[in-house]
Write a protein that binds this ligand. Sequence first.
Ligand code: SAM
Length: 271
Amino acid sequence: MVGPGVAMSLPTFVTDDPFSAPGNVTLGEDAAHHMRVRRLETGVRVGLVDGAGMRGEGVLTQLAKRHAIVSIETAEAVEPAAPIHLLLSVADKDRMLWLAEKVTELELASWRPVSFRRSRNVNPRGEGPTFQQKVRMRMAAALEQSRGAFLPVLYPEATVEHAIAARPTGACLVMQQGGRPIFEALTPLIASARERGDPLPVVTLAVGPEGGFEPAEMDAFETAGFLPVTLGRNILRFETAAQSGLAAVRAMLELVTDPDAIRVDPNGMDR
Ligand code: SAM
């Protein structure tokens, strides 16, 4: 496993299929369109990611209207970041698409929309397979722009009961104004994992609908062991809460992954 390997300036594209080197990979109509918009010509070097951690580099050998072919020269597996999973509300389409972009930049591991009771009267709602395809395209564009290697795994809409039952083992947080400060809630979970020499906890973050959780839904989360956590006293829109909560958890897990990053130099200079 290796770290980022593609030169930062290379135009990078997400493939639908896995690839390896040496070999050829065919990219679809969207990628071919982007290549033409960017005025790429055959013979240029391009970067590739498969969205599942494989990163490669190669040469564009064919650019047609509906497809492009890249001859792959190098391919390497990237180490994933500590996994964070999101249970988000089915909500307004545009707000969900905005969030899809942001969570991809922050390397979200999975995206599971939940049909809460108060999600049902939102209009237009982002749900169904066609909308999920739009989410996937938005995430792919964000991955290309952010030079990431992982796309979130996309799950279809679920009931609250199913989303809770299907969560991975680990630390579970439910975002709620009036909960415990998010750092205070997560720090002991991370500290005890480190003391035991265990891997960092897999984190699941649940965010409610614009109308808020019904009391029974909050009860279901708490009964399942989700800790209510807050990001301050103001009421945040669901996408602000989800993006900020994810960034806060990602920042904490990154610091713990690299403890040297927070060591202070004796001369007073931060490392
Ligand atoms: N009237 C709703 C209520 O009282 O819960 C407001 C819902 S808010 C627009 C949408 C979701 O964002 C909430 O269900 C919660 O999960 C999250 N959220 C909003 N403000 C928050 C805060 N200050 N801290 C943490 N999460 C918050």
